[in-house]
Design a protein around this ligand. Structure first.
Ligand SMILES: *Cc1c(COP(=O)(O)O)cnc(C)c1O
Length: 518
């Protein structure tokens, strides 16, 4: 049996290196999954995709030069079908939430309802020019205004900017606003306090605003303690940046006291709102003492996520910070909506931080999602996200070590202490999960947990899926004791087996060869 590339598939079960039959064509199959040669290894001389006249032939004179073949050395010569199969096959290698469970802790890889997609594609939204005059864009402006109001309400804040394009961009914007606020009060200050559980984007956003970052140690219970904050707090501190729940999935129960300590010395409290999936409809950062938070619409509000596509990181603030927010801003005057774009109208604005209005398509999706769920649905979302994480915690606590014993919110962190004696690490567990058909969770983050395995199932997964995932992790824990060497050689099913994560990103191995060492 051979496929179109001339390969003889190796039918042996679990084979790691299918037979290489035709060197130079580079490829193999497992079932219907094709390894794919480089485009340059497909095709043959003189083959072409469309039947255009040869260069120099009479009819070719009428064709635009760009369409006439010939003269370009070294490009592959391919049929249309070869090109279509090449790219379609490779597209099937992508993992996404639409293909499988994706339990990345901190990333909230939840399902994005297709109804939101359909609405974002409405021609009136999708085709609207960003420079269309306000009278021709009233519906879009109304949507932005309504979303801004809703996000402010959900966070317990006063005003929100929709402009930032990602969580990190929102953090940068929020810290620019904080710096501008301090500067307007006479002194931008010098330092920002950040707990050791923080996402790496927090210190990056503070540093990009010229602040020195002071790391705060969390307690043995995984939480930040008021004493630690009080000891570090002085008149040079511009702000503290906290995620609540933190990246261990634990609620910072002393947040109100921490905010009081920071405010008493004239500092502000920044909330990394990437974990809002745990709080929706249950608690509001504005009520806990936060002055600024960023949302990640591509996490919490189910807009598409990852792959370098557009994100959206709206920033919600208390009224005192509103004059500093970036432009443009949508305002409502009577029954009309208008865009404020001129800094003369907002002299204290930090300026523009994105072209036009930000990623408008994300706003349409988020608004659709909000309207579909309503307040009750939003609350149910976080209730179920928390329930699912605690279900994973309870199901696996005999198999993997829990560095913090208390209940989780929306995500749960294990480590590899229980597998240590067998010489099995978090990396081995993550790699073996691929053989079980699951994308590995976030690993080795947060940094405060050595060998962290950070699982966020989200509310959109069924009990059957979570049970299957738990069963896979239990099987791996059992294998760690029985056959650690096999685990260390995993995964065995993908064509590219045990990639070195760092090298794979910097020096991608495009050409597969059987038994290749990568
Ligand atoms: C995802 C995340 C961010 C950054 O968000 P991006 O949209 O990826 O830039 C910041 N903080 C936490 C806790 C996150 O999980």
């Amino acid at each position: 049996m051979s496929n179109q590339s001339g390969w003889k598939p190796d039918m042996e079960k679990g084979a790691t290196s299918p037979a290489l039959d035709a060197p130079g064509l580079g490829g193999a199959v497992r079932g219907l999954v094709h390894e794919e040669p480089l485009l340059f290894e497909h095709g043959s001389k003189g083959r072409c995709g469309v039947s255009l006249p040869a260069p120099g032939a009479k009819a070719a004179d009428d064709l635009p030069a760009a369409l006439v073949r010939g003269g370009i050395e070294g490009l592959p010569e391919l049929s249309e079908l070869e090109v279509v199969r090449h790219f379609t096959r490779m597209s099937l290698w992508n993992h996404g939430i639409d293909t499988g469970f994706y339990p990345l802790g901190s990333c909230t890889m939840k399902y994005n309802p297709k109804s939101s997609e359909a609405l974002a594609r409405l021609p009136g939204f999708a085709g609207l020019h960003p420079l269309a005059p306000a009278e021709h864009a009233q519906g879009a402006l109304e949507l932005m205004y309504a979303l801004e109001r809703a996000l402010s309400e959900i966070a317990g804040m006063d005003v929100t900017t929709l402009n930032p394009a990602a969580g990190a961009h929102g953090e940068l914007t929020g810290m620019m606003v904080i710096r501008a606020w301090h500067a307007a009060h006479g002194n931008p200050r010098k330092k920002v306090l950040i707990p050791d559980t923080a996402h790496g984007t927090n210190p990056a956003s503070a540093a990009l605003n010229g602040y020195a970052c002071v790391q705060l140690a969390s307690g043995a219970d995984g939480r930040l303690h008021p004493d630690t904050v009080a000891a570090a707090m002085d008149d040079d501190v511009a702000a503290i940046m906290i995620t609540n729940p933190n990246t261990l999935g634990l609620f910072e129960s002393d947040i109100a006291e921490i905010a009081r300590i920071v405010h008493a010395r004239g500092g502000l409290v920044y909330g990394d709102g990437a974990n809002m999936n745990a709080l929706l409809g249950n608690a509001r950062p504005g009520d806990m003492g936060f002055d600024v938070i960023q949302y990640n619409l591509h996490k919490t509000f189910a807009t598409p996520h990852g792959g370098g596509g557009p994100g959206s990181g709206p920033v919600a603030v208390k009224a005192t910070l509103a004059p500093f927010l970036p432009l443009p801003v949508v305002v409502k005057e009577g029954e009309q909506y208008r865009l404020v774009t001129d800094p003369k109208e907002r002299p204290r604005t930090i300026g523009r931080i994105h072209g036009f209005h930000g990623n408008f398509g994300m706003m349409v999706r988020a608004w659709a999602y909000l309207r579909e769920l309503g307040p009750e649905g939003l609350k149910a979302t976080s209730d179920l996200a928390v329930l699912n994480a605690n279900y994973v915690r309870a199901s696996l606590q005999g198999d993997y070590n829990l560095p913090y014993q208390t209940d989780s919110l929306h995500e749960v962190v294990f480590d590899d202490t229980a597998q240590k004696e067998a010489g099995v690490t978090t990396m081995d567990v993550a790699k073996r999960l691929i053989d079980h058909g699951f994308h590995p969770p976030t690993i080795y983050f947060p940094l405060v947990v050595h060998g962290a395995i950070m699982i966020e199932p989200t509310e959109t997964e069924s009990k059957e899926t979570i049970d299957a995932f738990v069963a896979a992790l239990k099987a791996i824990a059992e294998e760690a004791n029985r056959d650690p060497e096999a685990l260390k050689a995993s995964p065995s099913k993908p064509f590219r087996a045990r990639l070195d994560e760092t090298r794979a990103a910097r020096k991608p191995v495009l050409r597969w060869t059987p038994g290749m060492k990568v």
